[in-house]
Design a protein around this ligand. Structure first.
Ligand code: DGP
Length: 127
């Protein structure tokens, strides 16, 4: 059983997790990638011309509770995001990859998701 620290982010179980339901195909989404470890789909509320979420099929609520055993899975999400970015034509112009954790970062869905944002310029530091 993976270590899952108790905390406010522990709000969702697999049964009521919207991203688990997208990964299983129960809720429709515009998929741009699917494999046995993860799926990638377009964000419902895009913040850039390209806004894709890459999620593990496994229900992990936050990067804050990811275990050492899950490191290869997290690395896979990053590599797939780079593949999707390449296919979206973003490699030359650039893109941003973001994991949000907790209220200050605005995490609203408690299933790890890697944001891939591209197609416009982003401020640094982020607002
Ligand atoms: P975050 O704030 O980091 O937790 O981002 C959650 C993102 O998930 C947010 O940008 C909107 C997106 N989102 C929430 N529900 C759905 C959904 O049902 N479908 C899709 N495609 N995206 C969703």
């Amino acid at each position: 059983m993976p270590r899952q620290a108790a905390g406010y982010w522990e709000r969702t179980s697999v049964a009521d997790c919207v991203f688990c339901r997208i990964a299983s195909g129960e809720i429709p989404a515009t998929l741009v990638h699917s494999d046995n470890q993860c799926v990638a789909f377009r964000d419902l509320n895009p913040q850039a011309p390209t806004h894709v979420l890459v999620i593990p099929r496994e229900h992990i609520t936050s990067v804050a509770v990811a275990t050492p055993e899950q490191e290869p899975l997290l690395g896979h999400l990053v590599r797939i995001a780079a593949d999707v970015a390449r296919r979206e034509g973003l490699e030359a112009s650039g893109y941003r990859l973001v994991f949000n954790h907790g209220p200050d970062a605005g995490q609203s869905v408690f299933h790890i998701h890697l944001h891939l944002l591209g197609g416009r310029r982003f401020a640094w530091p982020p607002g």
